[in-house]
Design a protein around this ligand. Structure first.
Ligand code: MF3
Ligand code: CO
Length: 261
C-alpha cells in the first residue's frame, strides 16, 4: 500500500529522520581502525533511546541489532558483531532506523576507515551523488522509472553496477511500505509520484559485478565477486518542483570535516 501523508505526518517523519541523521553523526565520531561494529551498534542504540526513539530495525522480521553495518564486499544488512573489527582501508555502510511518534526514519551512509584506496573512494562519491540525482527526479508528476533511470545511468556511465535484488521503499508508519523504489529503470515508467508520498531511496552500487550472495546468517548480502559495494540512503517527501529531504548528511559531514566525501 502507498499511504499519502499529511503535512503534520511529514513533520513527524522529519523528527525521526533527524534523530537518524544525528545518530549517524555520533557513529562518524568514533569510526576508526580498531573499533568493532558492535561498538557502533551500542552507540546508536543509546543515542536513539536518549532521544526518545526506539531503534526501528531492532526485532524487524527478527533482525537482532539496532543498525546494519556492511563492510567492504558486504552490500547491506551486515549484523554488528564484536568479531568485526574495522581496519585501515575498510569501508563500512551504516544503515540506521528510528521509530518515534508512530513514524520511521531510515537513512544510511558509507564511511571510510582510515586511508581508503582512491578507486574505492570514487565508488563512494559516485554512489552518494547518484542518490541526489535520483532525488532530483523525485517530484510530483514524475515516475519512479525516472528516479531509477537517473541513478542507474549515472553509476553505469562511470563503470559501476547497480544491485537489483534490493531496492528502496515507501516509509512511514511502517519501515517498509509501498511503493517499491528500484535503483534502475526506464524514463516515464512506473508509479507516478504524488505530493505527500514518502519514500526511502537507497542506491547499492558495486565496483564489479552486480550479482549478490546471501550469507547463512539470513541477513548479510555480499557481492559475488568480493569487490566493494557502497550504499547511501535518504528518506524524502515528494513535493511539487523539489523533494523535501527528511534525513540529512549535514551532521555527519560536519564531523568528518575535510575528510567528508
Ligand atoms: N534501510 C534498510 C532497508 O530498507 C533497513 C533494513 S533493516 C532490517 O532495507 F531491519 F531489515 F535489517
Ligand atoms: Co531503507
Amino acid at each position: 500500500m502507498i499511504y499519502l501523508k499529511t503535512d503534520e505526518e511529514i513533520e513527524l517523519l522529519r523528527i525521526s529522520n533527524q534523530i537518524v541523521a544525528k545518530t549517524l553523526a555520533e557513529i562518524a565520531k568514533v569510526i576508526k581502525p580498531g573499533v568493532s561494529t558492535a561498538d557502533l551498534d551500542k552507540i546508536a542504540e543509546e543515542y536513539i533511546r536518549d532521544n526518545g526513539g526506539v531503534p526501528g530495525f531492532l526485532g524487524y522480521h527478527g533482525y537482532p541489532k539496532s543498525i546494519c553495518t556492511s563492510v567492504n564486499d558486504e552490500v547491506v544488512h551486515g549484523i554488528p558483531s564484536e568479531k568485526v573489527i574495522l581496519k585501515d582501508g575498510d569501508i563500512v555502510s551504516v544503515d540506521c532506523g528510528v521509530y518515534k511518534n508512530g513514524f520511521h526514519g531510515d537513512s544510511a551512509y558509507t564511511f571510510c576507515v582510515g586511508d581508503v584506496n582512491p578507486e574505492i573512494v570514487a565508488l563512494l562519491k559516485t554512489t552518494k551523488e547518484s542518490l541526489y540525482k535520483g532525488i532530483e527526479q523525485a517530484t510530483e508528476g514524475r515516475r519512479l522509472g525516472d528516479v531509477g533511470h537517473a541513478i542507474q545511468s549515472y553509476c553505469e556511465e562511470r563503470g559501476y553496477s547497480v544491485v537489483r535484488e534490493m531496492i528502496g521503499h515507501g516509509v512511514g508508519r511502517n519501515l517498509h511500505e509501498g511503493p517499491e523504489v528500484p535503483n534502475y529503470g526506464r524514463r516515464g515508467n512506473g508509479v507516478m509520484l504524488k505530493s505527500g508520498m514518502t519514500i526511502a531511496i537507497e542506491p547499492m552500487i558495486n565496483m564489479g559485478k552486480r550479482q549478490l550472495t546471501f550469507d547463512k546468517d539470513g541477513w548479510t548480502t555480499r557481492t559475488i565477486d568480493k569487490k566493494a559495494s557502497a550504499h547511501f540512503e535518504h528518506s524524502i517527501a515528494i513535493r511539487q518542483g523539489k523533494a523535501d529531504i527528511l534525513s540529512s548528511f549535514e551532521y555527519i559531514e560536519q564531523v568528518l570535516g575535510s575528510k567528508a566525501l
